[in-house]
Design a protein around this ligand. Structure first.
Ligand code: AMP
Ligand code: GLY
Length: 429
């Protein structure tokens, strides 16, 4: 089979790496890919919003199956367009993408179906939002822009004055563009976060292994939010019992409701969960694989991913049983110095060759470019240094010693990925 993967991050490198292990696959293409992906797939330069261009490419190159990484092509309806033409693709239809693209849609759906999520109000007028805050007078409080903001549309404020500034910035100065047409003001939940990702073919739902992301830039979850600085899988926060509760109270009702509203939910569903004293609450939904969670989950998957995704698109997930490595996987993001603020790119990365033969270590590239035989940085998040071990301590040790072999000017990474899991196991970091 010929497979097309769409996207250019660490998630897509991990997808290509896993797909390359499938006996079903002859050739992988990736649009637009990155320096690391270029070693296992042929890179193709087509804009991600050029659905016609993608369709032509798929037809001309006899692509048998397409896998979409990021939300952007899903939002503009790539799955609907491919499906109309009989082209095989795994992902949700445009209407289902609202679950990620509109926080108001997701919150209202959760309210309607009784899915636990923070109490909230929706506003399309900044003065009304500010008046509500004044009256409510409970802080900290969470303010969310309604549309896609590349993970940046959430502001948690500790005082009325800060909240007022945030509302003005979103709704009047429009720092998140049109996403500031509407905002949600919601209760601030206390607890620990985890990522629950499932495959759905519309009828059968199969959970992937659990994982935990690390969103802040600095150790101990300090500093501004990022796209994610590392992840590990599995997380002991989600016990078997809690996973069942999340499936029963959250995932199944949401997929059932999508079935009622739009006929079916096919694809990946990702729930960002806050585990509170009162149980699991939903923070957000994504309609795609998580990044960097995928980089920590796929190395543990023993089953053939291509077989699973094809079953997802055909509606035969009931025939699939996922097999997982019993150990632990840790994936650490190495970023350009200054990220998530300003940073320089174009720095040569050295030492990657030394890790190629290392057992149970994989370096998934995110923002890299290959020029000749050299690899250069091209974005904020650069590499995902990933290791599999019998335990989280093993996996961390391998991942951190692998990072020591890599160098580029200004490289930065968190030194505490997995710290909550170590604390849970009462191991000192
Ligand atoms: P979201 O994009 O909705 O997942 O929000 C990004 C991050 O903001 C989450 O991963 C949480 O760390 C934080 N967050 C969002 N909503 C809440 C909430 N209601 N209470 C506490 N933290 C939140
Ligand atoms: N890890 C968060 C996300 O993929 O949106």
């Amino acid at each position: 089979m010929n497979i097309l993967v769409i996207g250019s991050g660490g998630r897509e490198h991990a997808l290509c790496w896993k797909i390359a292990q499938s006996n079903l696959v002859d050739k992988i293409f990736c649009v637009p890919g990155n320096g690391g992906i270029s070693e296992i797939a042929e890179l193709v330069s087509i804009k991600l919003d050029d659905i016609k261009g993608l369709i032509n490419f798929v037809k001309e190159n006899k692509i048998d199956f397409t896998i979409v990484g990021p939300e952007a092509p899903l939002v503009i309806g790539i799955v609907d367009e491919f499906t109309k033409l009989g082209l095989k693709i795994f992902g949700p239809a445009k209407k289902a993408v609202q679950l990620e693209a509109s926080k108001v849609f997701a919150k209202e759906l959760m309210k309607k179906t009784g899915v636990p999520t923070a109490d909230f109000e929706v506003f399309d007028n900044s003065q009304k939002a500010i008046a509500y805050l004044k009256e409510k007078n409970t802080f900290p409080i969470v303010i969310k822009a309604d549309g896609l903001c590349a993970g940046k549309g959430v502001i948690i404020t500790g005082s009325f004055d800060d909240a007022k500034v945030a509302i003005k910035q979103i709704m009047e100065d429009r720092i998140f563009g049109d996403a500031g047409d509407r905002i949600i003001i919601e209760e601030c939940l206390l607890g620990e976060e985890a990522s629950i990702i499932v495959f759905s073919d519309g009828e059968t739902i199969i959970p992937l292994a659990t994982s935990q992301d690390h969103k802040r830039i600095f150790d101990n979850d300090k500093g501004p939010n990022t796209g994610g600085m590392g992840a590990y899988s599995p997380t002991g926060l989600i016990t078997e019992e809690l996973e069942k509760e999340i499936m029963r109270k959250i995932i199944i009702p949401v997929i059932d409701e999508m079935k009622k509203e739009i006929n079916s939910y096919k694809g990946v569903l990702y729930a960002g969960i806050m585990v509170t004293e009162k149980g699991p609450f939903v923070l957000e939904f994504n309609v795609r694989f998580g990044d960097p969670e995928t980089q920590a989950i796929l190395p543990r998957l023993k089953s053939d991913l291509v077989e699973v995704l094809i079953a997802g698109s055909k509606g035969t997930l009931d025939k699939i049983k996922l097999e997982w490595d019993k150990g632990s996987c840790v994936s650490i993001v190495v970023s350009s110095g200054g990220y998530p603020g300003t940073f320089e790119t174009g720095k040569e990365i050295t030492g990657l060759e030394k890790l190629k033969e290392e057992k149970n270590v994989a370096v998934f590239h995110a923002g890299t470019k290959k020029q000749g035989n050299k690899i250069f940085t091209s974005s904020g998040r650069v590499l995902n240094v990933t290791a599999l071990g019998d335990t989280i301590q093993d996996a961390r040790k391998k991942a951190y010693s692998a990072i020591e072999k890599i160098y580029f000017e200004g490289m930065y990474f968190r030194r505490d990925i997995g710290f909550r899991e170590l604390k849970r196991r009462l191991i000192n970091v």
